[in-house]
Ligand binder design. Sequence first.
Ligand SMILES: Cc1cc2nc3c(=O)[nH]c(=O)nc-3n(C[C@H](O)[C@H](O)[C@H](O)COP(=O)(O)O)c2cc1C
Length: 260
Amino acid sequence: MALPRLIPRFPSPFRSSSSLCNITRSSPLTTAMISRPFSLSFSAGDQAASSSSKTDTLIELAKARRTIYKLGKSSPVPDSKIEDLVNAAVLNVPSSFNTQSTRLIVLLHREHERLWDIVIETFEGLVKAGTVPEQTWKNQTLPKLQGMRGAVGTILFYEDPAHIKPFSEKFALYKDHFQPWADHSNAMHQYFLWAGLESLGFGANLQHYNPLIDAPIAKQWDVPNEWRLVAQLVFGSPEGGPGEKAQKPLEDRVKIYGKL
Ligand SMILES: Cc1cc2nc3c(=O)[nH]c(=O)nc-3n(C[C@H](O)[C@H](O)[C@H](O)COP(=O)(O)O)c2cc1C
């Protein structure tokens, strides 16, 4: 295992050993402490200063989360830190009506490689059938998939509809909203983990090879057939930087009324 990088790409305090997620396992915290973890021992002044620095940290972390395609196999942390982070996502990310329908499968090392072998095998079938042109496969898709295989792990994001249906039946007025709300919550898990993996020293990128790969994955890892695969977050040691990112004007994207 590689040591954590000492010089982060961005100066993020989250890269230190005090990770976001230790709270779930090692600290004997009460529910009240967990629900207001930053307000316990501060006076009002301290609290304002503290919350402003926490906001700065949050913004730094949001800036540091980027799409990184060039990923390697050196892990900056033990696998238990990844597990803690994933558990923290599931325990702390909200869902509509607290439905908790998101399911995560974490594939590490050999299991991660098996996943990308399955994706490659699936595409080979498509090339044979003439659905994907040979040239595109050889020059673009295969190198990209081999790049994914060369990373440390993949998190598979699923939705379990069994936990949405009862709510759709009980709240008829909102019945058509539960699936999109479930997808919103699923996306919040994706964002939390994308930023969280960055905070641990990984780089990551988000992929959508579903539904092409749903069936062989379900077979390989015994995933319930009714679970719906939503996204795949690939992560590894960052071996390259993010690409250029154009920003549309802020004033077209944000309106504030009533600002003092
Ligand atoms: C909902 C969503 C879906 C995405 N799907 C893919 C994808 O299928 N493949 C991919 O390579 N990148 C995907 N991306 C990454 C975006 O292209 C990327 O986030 C965007 O260009 C901004 O760059 P940044 O992540 O470096 O900030 C997706 C991002 C989001 C938020």
